[in-house]
Design a protein around this ligand. Structure first.
Ligand code: PA5
Length: 474
């Protein structure tokens, strides 16, 4: 890899992500599209949201993550090197914003069969992100790793999330049995510096710790140690990732009609015209989990009952994950002929890291011989063009993000782009994009059922609920 290629202005500009929103407009897709009048109507809210983004920048600590302290970056790189030299596997225990970013960045930037590669080729430890508490899954993890040769990174901002803390208890037990009193050398905690239980446990047992800045919420945390340590362990250039995010920040700051604000604004206009669904459809396996990461960001940030004036609004577009071309054979029928209730965002990659030519085989079969001599790259690109055309022709809204290549610089841009677009959409909708009150009730019920202290009243409430009627269960 060229060292610090992102310093070169021409290279950087060549890697600039582009946002194409032609097919959001009525002039291109017809009556369901966004009109001049829609844009004019949005203008006052747009101007206000721009002002709010400017005024609130200091409180949005995640916006400064691209410019992190050099000592911290150095420390992460050193730790990653130590792990690469001394461990066979690296396991993240975390959930939601403490897992989806590491999964998305790793999948985007590493070999798609990373864990299955021969060690000589992979060079870095195997990588697992355990973001569920399915008992079968954790058992199966211990069938493929040796805990003595594995570094476990427990990530939780709150330091209290039950799923992650349950994993922490399990791994502590496993490591104590495997390593005795030195068990903590195979653990790294990434958490809030002051709040929660993980920080207390880490300091009691001398566990190496990275901090999640207090103003950085889970789904906005990929560019802090939550994402940077796992990425560095897997051999990703984290400085290039941050440089990409900083570059996107400079694009955003240089103009109010920047791509992130435009994405946020057009999404909100489309939503208010009845498009309740946001389909994220990358045409690259490497970006498959970017769609998962986006789904959490968009759903948890914008799905809100109350607005900032405490008015009930029940707002938010429902994100749907799709993958091109795979889901052309499962979802596209609906997107071309179904209701006018969705916006499809394609993510296109101009240059894949590989090129595969379809061989001149079986040429006697005329109906498939047209494929011979073309590349898979041409085929995927033709299919994306065709799908975009078909969806537009049927009058459905769509837009496209274009990446010259998938590399750490473009992924850094993409993450920052979506984060700012989400925050901007939150401003336009006049909601708080940074909390998640809607996930509390379900958690409280689970605590009560497990007899957690302080949840006695919730348990009483549960005991008084009407039992389900058997006649409706077949
Ligand atoms: O975005 C968020 O804040 C949430 O999705 C959290 O990331 C998720 O609930 C996990 O929380 P924590 O990191 O505190 O364990």
């Amino acid at each position: 890899m060229n060292d610090k290629r992102y310093i070169d202005v021409d290279w950087k500009n060549g890697m600039r992500i582009r946002f194409d929103y032609n097919n959001m407009l009525a002039e291109n897709v017809g009556s369901a599209g966004i009109t001049e009048a829609d844009i004019m109507n949005m203008r006052p809210r747009f101007t206000k949201a721009v002002e709010n983004m400017r005024n609130k920048r200091k409180s949005m600590e995640w916006r400064e993550l691209p410019y992190q302290n050099k000592d911290l970056i150095e420390d992460i790189k050193q730790t990653a090197k130590y792990i690469q030299e001394n461990y066979d596997a690296f396991v993240v225990f975390g959930i939601g914003g403490s897992a989806l970013g590491p999964i998305a960045v790793h999948t985007a930037l590493n070999n798609l069969r990373y864990n299955e590669l021969d060690k000589q080729l992979r060079k870095t430890p195997k990588f697992y992100v355990e973001d569920n508490i399915d008992p079968e899954r954790i058992r199966s993890l211990f069938q493929v790793i040796d805990p003595k040769r594995t570094m476990f990174n427990v990530i939780t901002k709150s330091g209290n999330t039950p799923e992650t803390m349950a994993q922490m208890l399990i791994i502590t037990d496993v490591l104590k049995k495997a390593l005795g009193s030195g068990f903590s050398k195979n653990l790294i905690a990434t958490t809030d510096e002051l709040k929660g239980n993980l920080i207390k446990i880490a300091s009691e047992y001398g566990i190496k710790t990275y901090y999640i800045p207090s103003g950085v919420g889970g789904r906005f945390s990929e560019l802090c140690p939550v994402g940077l340590l796992p990425a560095a362990v897997c051999g990703i250039d984290i400085e290039e990732l941050l440089a990409g995010a900083a570059y996107m920040d400079s694009i955003i700051e240089s103009s109010d009609s920047n791509p992130a604000y435009m994405f946020g604004a057009l999404s909100v206009i489309a939503y208010e015209k009845g498009n309740n669904i946001s389909v994220m459809m990358p045409y690259a396996d490497s970006l498959k989990y970017i769609a998962d990461w986006y789904a959490q960001l968009w759903a948890e940030s914008l799905g809100k009952r109350l607005d900032n004036d405490n008015k009930q609004v029940f707002c938010g577009q429902t994100p749907v994950k799709a993958l091109g071309v795979t889901d052309q054979h499962s979802q596209i029928q609906l997107y071309t002929e179904g209701g006018f209730d969705k916006v499809v965002t394609f993510i296109k990659v101009d240059r894949f890291r590989e090129e595969v030519t379809i061989p001149h085989e079986l040429k006697q079969y005329e109906d498939i011989s047209y494929l011979c001599g073309h590349t898979l790259n041409e085929l995927i690109s033709a299919e994306l063009f065709g799908t975009e055309y078909a969806i537009s022709k049927s009058g459905h809204l769509n837009n496209m993000l274009i990446l010259s290549e998938v590399n750490a610089f473009t992924i850094g841009q993409l993450l920052y782009f979506f984060e700012v677009a989400t925050a901007f959409a939150g401003e336009l909708l006049n909601i708080n994009a940074f909390d998640q009150p809607g996930v509390e009730e379900g958690k409280n019920v689970a605590y009560a059922l497990l007899n957690r202290k302080g949840y006695e009243d919730k348990l009483k409430e549960l005991q008084s609920i009407k039992p389900k009627d058997e006649k409706y269960i077949k």
